[in-house]
Design a protein around this ligand. Sequence first.
Ligand code: AMP
Length: 122
Amino acid sequence: MMKTKNIFNDIISGKIPADIVYQDDLLTAFRDIKPKAPIHILIVPNELIPTCNEVTENNEKLLGHIFTVAAKIARQEGIDKKGYRLIMNCNDHAGQEIYHIHMHLLGGCPLGPMLDLTNKKA
Ligand code: AMP
């Protein structure tokens, strides 16, 4: 698990390319390289917070802003009326791959049930 620099830092700074759909002082949003839905955008704080466990009260403005930006991008992408899903994964059980918190914005088709854990054991 990498909890320091990661590929998202390089996308935010422009060092490596990505399909950026939104950027401001606090956040950068770009299309997921392996989309799981017709629209799959990652909304990423410019500042490194490795997982949701490291979020503090100091991040409350930033994390409120992430929802405002998610709604703005959903409108831009034309999926606000039909609907979309916002997901943040934390650590192994959630399948977090990149240790730099990010919100997945997914939409563009019916997304099905949120989770199916029928055959999973604790
Ligand atoms: P998570 O599993 O919540 O950590 O999600 C990480 C996401 O980052 C996955 O959906 C990957 O497809 C996506 N991803 C990894 N590398 C890149 C990249 N270079 N550009 C865009 N998305 C990426």
